[in-house]
Design a protein around this ligand. Structure first.
Ligand SMILES: [Zn+2]
Length: 428
C-alpha cells in the first residue's frame, strides 16, 4: 500500500498541474473523435440477456478473478481486432518501457519520451487526441479509482453529490466494480453520473504488453457495458496518467476511447503522508479559480479514502460559488458528443443495431467462461439491476483475515478484495 502511494506520488509529480497563464494554449477537443458512431468496438461487446444476478457467483465468474492479471483470459474477438489494427499500422511499434522500481516511472532507455513518436503523458507530452484541458471558463470534475464501499469513501461522496445535485465523471477500476456493484449502480442510476474506464488492474499501462493493455481496458468496458444496458464508454484515464502513443492507439483503435488526463491535480493523495493539507489544497484551488479562465480545469480527485472526500467537500463550495461552470467531464463536451459511444447519457436509448456479434465465448481457454454470454445484439435494454445475496467462493487463494478495510463483503467479494489488496495498486 505504501508502495502504491509512493508510486502515485512520483507519477503525479511528473505531470504538470494546471499550466497557468504561460502555457501554450492548445485546442481543448481532440482533433478527431475517431470512428465515432460506427466504431467497430460495437461488435466487441454483446448484450447478455439475461445477465446472471449481479453479485452472484455466476455473475462474478464472467470477469477476471485475478485483478492483476486480466490478460489470463482475452476474448478472441478483441485479439483479432488488436491484430488487425497492428497489421494496418495503426498501433505504433515503439519501445515498451521497463518499469523502474526505484523511480516508480516508465524507463524508455535512450529515446526521447516527449518525441512525437512516443509522447509519454507521464512526462507531460500531450497528444492531439488527448483531453487535458476543459473549455474556457469550465471546471470538469472527476473522481478516480472507485467504486469503494468504505462508508467514509464513495458512499459519503455520493451522499454529498446527491445533496449538491452535482455531477462528476467516475474513472472506475473494473475490478472494483466487480467488488462493489451496489456502489457502482448508485453512481450510475441514483446520481446519473457518467462512468469512464480506469483499467481493470490499475497498472502503469505503458509498461505492459499490447495484450495486457487490451485486457485491462476491454474487461473494464465489458463490466460497465453489462451493468448499464449496453453502454460503451467513450472516455478512459490511464492510472498515474501514464500513456504513450502505443497505449493511446490501443484504446482508440480497438475500443474507440479517448484518453483523458488532467490539468488540476487536487493532490488529495498527499493527505496520507501529510505532504498536503486541506489548507494547502484549498489554497491551490483558490489560486486556480482566481486565475486565467483559459484553459478550463480538468480536476483530478479520488473516491477511495476518507481524505479524498474531505478534500472534495472542502473545495467544492469554492468551485460551486465561483463564476466558473462546474460539470462532469462528459457534460463539458455533451453538445458535441454523447457521454458514451452509443448513448447520449445514462438515460434514454442505447443504439441497438450497432451492438453486434461479440466474442466467441467458447474461444477462451481458462475457467472464466469467456465473455459475457450468448446475446445476439438484440437485447431489450437494461441489464438486471438486482444485487442480492452473494454466496459461494472463488478459486483465489486468500487469507480471509486480511480484509480489515472491507465491510459488508460477501464471500466472493471478500476473496476478491484480498487479491486486490495483495496487488497493492488499488489505493493509487
Ligand atoms: Zn488511479
Amino acid at each position: 500500500m505504501f508502495a502504491a502511494l509512493t508510486l502515485l506520488l512520483f507519477a503525479s509529480q511528473a505531470i504538470n498541474a494546471h499550466p497557468g497563464p504561460h502555457a501554450v494554449k492548445k485546442s481543448v477537443l481532440p482533433k478527431s473523435w475517431y470512428h465515432d458512431e460506427d466504431h467497430p468496438a460495437r461488435s466487441l461487446f454483446r448484450r447478455q440477456d439475461p445477465l446472471p444476478e449481479v453479485g452472484s457467483p455466476e455473475w462474478v465468474a464472467l470477469y477476471p478473478t485475478d485483478n492483476q492479471n486480466p490478460e489470463a483470459n482475452i476474448p478472441q474477438a478483441w485479439l483479432d481486432r488488436l491484430n488487425e489494427a497492428i497489421a494496418a499500422g495503426r498501433i505504433p511499434r515503439i519501445t515498451v518501457p521497463r518499469f523502474n522500481e526505484t523511480a516508480r516511472l516508465p524507463e524508455y532507455g535512450d529515446v526521447d519520451v516527449t518525441s512525437p513518436e512516443i509522447c509519454s503523458s507521464t512526462f507531460e507530452c500531450r497528444a492531439d487526441d488527448d483531453i487535458w484541458d476543459g473549455p474556457d471558463g469550465t471546471i470538469g470534475l472527476s473522481v478516480d479509482d472507485g467504486p469503494h464501499n468504505l462508508p467514509e469513501a464513495s458512499a459519503r461522496l455520493y451522499d454529498y453529490l446527491a445533496e449538491q445535485n452535482q455531477k462528476v465523471t467516475h474513472f472506475m477500476i473494473g475490478s472494483n466494480i466487480l467488488l462493489y456493484p451496489d456502489m457502482f449502480m448508485r453512481a450510475f442510476e441514483e446520481l446519473q453520473n457518467d462512468i469512464a474506464v480506469h483499467t481493470w488492474s490499475h497498472r502503469m499501462q505503458s509498461t505492459l504488453s499490447d495484450e495486457a493493455i487490451l485486457a485491462d481496458l476491454g474487461w473494464t468496458i465489458q463490466i460497465i457495458h453489462d451493468l448499464t444496458g449496453g453502454r460503451l464508454t467513450r472516455y478512459w484515464r490511464p492510472p498515474y496518467g501514464d500513456a504513450d502513443n502505443r497505449v493511446r492507439a490501443i484504446a482508440r483503435e480497438v475500443f474507440g476511447m479517448t484518453t483523458v488526463i488532467w490539468n488540476a491535480d487536487s493532490r488529495d493523495w498527499g493527505m496520507a503522508d501529510d505532504s498536503e493539507t486541506i489548507q494547502s489544497i484549498t489554497q491551490r484551488f483558490e489560486t486556480w479559480v482566481a486565475g486565467p479562465r483559459s484553459p478550463g480545469l480538468i480536476v483530478l480527485e479520488h473516491e477511495i479514502h476518507a481524505d479524498d472526500v474531505d478534500v472534495f467537500m472542502a473545495i467544492y463550495p469554492l468551485l460551486r460559488d465561483s463564476d466558473w461552470e462546474v460539470r462532469s467531464i462528459a457534460e463539458l463536451f455533451e453538445d458535441e458528443v454523447g457521454w458514451y459511444l452509443n448513448a447520449q447519457n445514462n438515460q434514454g436509448e442505447v443504439v441497438e443495431a450497432d451492438v453486434g456479434s461479440g466474442p466467441d465465448p467458447t474461444a477462451n481457454s481458462n475457467n472464466n467462461g469467456g465473455n459475457s454470454g450468448n446475446g445476439n445484439g438484440s437485447g431489450s435494454g437494461n441489464s438486471s439491476r438486482t444485487t442480492s445475496g452473494q454466496t459461494g467462493t472463488t478459486s483465489a487463494t486468500i487469507d480471509p483475515s486480511d480484509t480489515s478495510d472491507s465491510v459488508r463483503l460477501t464471500a466472493p467479494a471478500a476473496a476478491l478484495v484480498v487479491v486486490a489488496l495483495l496487488g497493492n495498486f488499488m489505493l493509487a
